[in-house]
Each structure stands twice: as structure tokens, then as C-alpha cells.
Design a protein around this ligand. Structure first.
Ligand code: SF4
Length: 435
């Protein structure tokens, strides 16, 4: 369930729309009544998604955490899924959305019927089947409200017993979805935060300049048993691509150094309050260009937008060092998407060779074209021979790249893995030592 304790923010970050949308900061809005109402109407919910913008900034932070605990979302609190049929019948009786609740009753009864068929006597199954069939509850399109209420009343006790046998207490999750402000993390606040079922601990890591605050916040979380973290990495603002790479790498390092799990979510900056960019996604930050943005998005497409803790994956996706990362930014998109195949079949090596063959001036011309990320055969043909040869690799489509045999690919990946450093970077270690 989505709720919030606070509105607005005490900060005024230049890339953020919160101060415009919510100019007044309110640091405590009680949850309890709203949660009780939601549970009464829709049944108890397992997870609590909090949309507060900056909970650490609240002068009533302790009260917020205590409120969450009182609502049953403490660190060790468990959730028992309520009887959905009972809730749905209640909603159907209220008449709020008969069509949707009838559909749900048909689905729930269908699951119950299938279970009875497999685990109970034929006689019991036949009884249930006939009851549902006679009341038109085998299908959505024959179901009626009267029929549904009849059947549910008839089987309520048995269904409830079946539900209780199958339901086990499970952990709850509290998620401050907008992220927490690392600069405001203190040992006391983190300890207090760990009293609730927080997962993940989302912390904003908006640029490399915040690294000390960020590392300290993750470390404080780990010291308080918060081992699932996640972060928002703003890019395409004032940052450079190298800044993004360093922030991603430090997360991989922190996973290994602290034994935690961190997912990174790079988020592209877009000035939504600027009328020039209302209806498009064209904004390019001062240190970025279309090709770089596309390269990052190509990698993120294959990971559903997030980067996990796997070192090998990270090094392959973004490069083992800044030099490889820069190569990746300029690399043809098809090579990024089909990275292993493009390397195994030699296309990547050919592309690098074509680049090396160009003079510094030719390279500048070629890179200027690449950075615009528009590749047209006619325009490429008009370039000098070496520039055209280099740019021709950008006309290759994913499906043109031959697929390597599984055996060959596995050996290649193993060799790559062996070449990846398993050591936490000195930068990360130094930051951890300072915290
Ligand atoms: S701290 Fe977060 S919510 Fe507040 S202004 Fe900055 S980015 Fe926006």
C-alpha cells in the first residue's frame, strides 16, 4: 500500500521537481488511521511503500518510525495473508465494482476447485463443481452477484479452513521509495531505521561529490543489519560519464567489502520544467551526447534498468576500467547489445582496428558523427576512406552478428571472468576507512 508521512523537502536540489510540486514541507502525517482504514476495506496488506521525499530531514523522524512499528511493520513483524474470498465477498456486497470483484471470485473459486480435485474425494469435488456450475460460477461471463454470494456463503467455512492451512507468516517490507538523503544519515537515525522492516534501503547517490556521505550511509546501514540497499544514480545532469562509472563501480565494491546487496538504478536527468523539453526526451547534459546516452540505455535495457552486485557482469557491461568504459560509449550499439558474440566473431576487434587506422584528425571527424548517433549510408560514403570504413560498423544490426556456439561462449566468458579483478578498489577501501 502506498502512503506518505511527509510532503515536500527541506532541500532545493537544482535537478529535482519536488520543491516546485510540493513547496511546503510537512514533516509528519500520521499513518495509523489510514492503514487501519485500508486494512478494514481491502484486507491487510503485506508491504508498505512510503513516498516521503526526505524522511531523514524530518524533525519527527523517531515518531515516524514508531508510527510504522505501531502499524505492524517492525523489523520482525510478520504478515499473514488474509482470506481473499472473504474480502472480495465484502466488496461485492458493498457494490463498489461488481464486475471486477465477480471476476476475482470466479478466479479464487477456480483455484479452490482445482485444489479440491487434486487433494480431496471425488464426492467432495463433484459437490463443489455442481454448486459452482448451478450458480454460473465456472466462468466470468456466466457469473452473477446472487450466484457468487450463494456459493461463497455455502462454502465459507471450508474455504476459510483451507486458506488457513495454506497460509504461513511471511516477512513484511517497508520501502521509502523516493530514497533517503545520505548526508543526513547518522548512527542514531540508521539504528532507528533498522527497527522497521526496511528493504531495500534506498539512498540517493546523485554525483561523485557525495561519495563520502554515500559510503558512510551504506556502511551504517550494514552495521545495523540493513543488507539490502539500492540507490538512484542521477546522470546527464552536471556529471560526466566517468562520474557515473565510478559511482557504479563503488557499489560493486561495497557489496564485496561489506557483504551487502546493492542494486543501482541509473536515472537520466530530464528538465521537465523547461518548456523546450515538455514533449520530448531530447535533453543532453553538458558532458553527455546522444551516443553516450544511448549506450547507457542499451546496457540498462538488458537489465531492466538496474545493476546488481555481479562483478563480471558489471565489468563486461561497463568495462573493467575507465578506458574500456569510454570504448563502450563509442561502440556500435549492436556490439553493446550482443557483446559476447561481437567479440567472439572478431567484429569488435575489427572495429578497434579501423579506429586505430585513422589519424587523430580523422578520429575527431568520426567521433563527431558517432556522438550524434545518426548513421546514414549515403552520408558515411561521403567521408574519407578510413572514416567511412570505421563508421560502416555502425550500420551493422544486432541480427547481423553471428551467434557463437554455447561451448565457445562459455569458454570465452570463463576467460573473461578470470581477467576481472576481484579486489575492492583502493578508492572504496579508503572511503570505508575514513567513515
Ligand atoms: S533531497 Fe531529494 S527530494 Fe529533496 S530536493 Fe533534493 S533530490 Fe529532491
Amino acid at each position: 500500500m502506498d502512503m506518505r508521512h511527509g510532503v515536500g523537502c527541506v532541500n532545493n536540489c537544482p535537478f529535482c521537481v519536488v520543491p516546485i510540486l510540493e513547496p511546503e514541507y510537512r514533516d509528519f502525517i500520521p499513518l495509523k488511521e489510514r492503514i487501519e482504514y485500508t486494512s478494514k476495506v481491502f484486507g491487510e496488506q503485506r508491504n508498505l511503500l512510503l513516498l516521503d521525499n526526505n524522511v531523514f530531514a524530518s524533525a519527527q523522524f523517531e515518531k515516524i518510525i514508531d508510527d510504522i512499528k505501531t502499524c505492524g511493520f517492525g523489523r520482525n513483524d510478520k504478515y499473514v495473508r488474509p482470506n481473499q474470498l472473504k474480502i472480495t465477498v465484502r466488496q461485492l456486497k458493498r457494490g463498489w465494482n461488481d464486475r471486477a470483484y465477480l471476476r476475482r471470485i470466479v478466479r479464487l473459486l477456480g483455484e479452490y476447485k482445482d485444489w479440491v480435485e487434486k487433494h480431496e474425494s471425488e464426492e467432495r469435488f463433484n459437490y463443489l463443481y455442481s454448486l459452482m456450475s448451478n450458480n454460473g460460477l465456472l466462468h466470468d461471463y456466466t457469473a452473477t452477484k446472487t450466484g457468487a454470494l450463494n456459493v461463497c456463503k455455502e462454502i465459507a467455512k471450508d474455504y476459510d479452513a483451507w486458506h488457513k492451512r495454506r497460509t504461513h507468516p511471511i516477512v513484511r517490507i517497508v520501502d521509502f521509495n523516493q530514497g533517503l538523503d545520505a548526508r543526513l544519515a547518522t548512527p542514531e537515525r540508521m539504528q532507528k531505521l533498522s527497527e522497521i522492516a526496511i528493504r531495500p534501503l534506498r539512498i540517493a547517490f546523485d554525483n561523485w561529490g557525495y561519495r563520502k556521505h554515500y559510503v558512510r550511509a551504506i556502511k551504517l546501514g550494514a552495521e545495523n543489519g540493513i543488507v539490502f540497499s539500492s540507490n538512484y544514480l542521477l546522470y546527464n545532469f552536471k556529471d560526466t560519464p566517468e562520474d557515473l562509472y565510478n559511482r557504479l563501480l563503488i557499489n560493486i565494491d561495497l557489496c564485496d567489502a561489506l557483504g551487502v546487496n546493492i542494486y543501482s538504478f541509473p536515472m537520466k536527468y530530464h528538465p521537465i520544467t523547461n518548456p523546450d523539453y515538455f514533449s520530448n526526451r531530447d535533453y543532453i547534459g553538458e558532458h553527455w551526447n546522444r551516443k553516450f546516452i544511448r549506450a547507457i540505455q542499451s546496457v540498462l535495457n538488458s537489465t531492466h534498468g538496474k545493476i546488481g552486485r555481479c562483478r563480471t557482469f558489471f565489468f563486461k557491461a561497463f568495462g573493467r576500467d575507465l578506458k574500456e568504459f569510454k570504448d563502450l560509449l563509442y561502440m556500435p550499439e549492436a556490439f553493446i547489445i550482443r557483446r559476447w558474440d561481437a567479440e567472439i566473431c572478431g567484429l569488435k576487434a575489427e572495429w578497434l582496428k579501423a579506429r586505430k587506422a585513422m589519424s587523430a584528425k580523422e578520429c575527431e571527424v568520426a567521433y563527431n558523427i558517432v556522438e550524434k548517433n545518426v548513421f546514414e549510408e549515403d552520408a558515411i560514403r561521403k567521408q574519407s576512406a578510413r572514416v567511412a570504413a570505421f563508421l560502416s560498423y555502425y550500420l551493422i544490426h544486432e541480427e547481423d552478428i553471428p551467434e557463437a556456439l554455447d561451448k565457445v561462449k562459455a569458454a570465452y566468458i570463463a576467460e573473461f571472468e578470470a581477467s576481472c579483478s576481484s579486489k575492492v578498489s583502493d578508492v572504496c577501501q579508503e572511503l570505508l576507512d575514513q567513515c
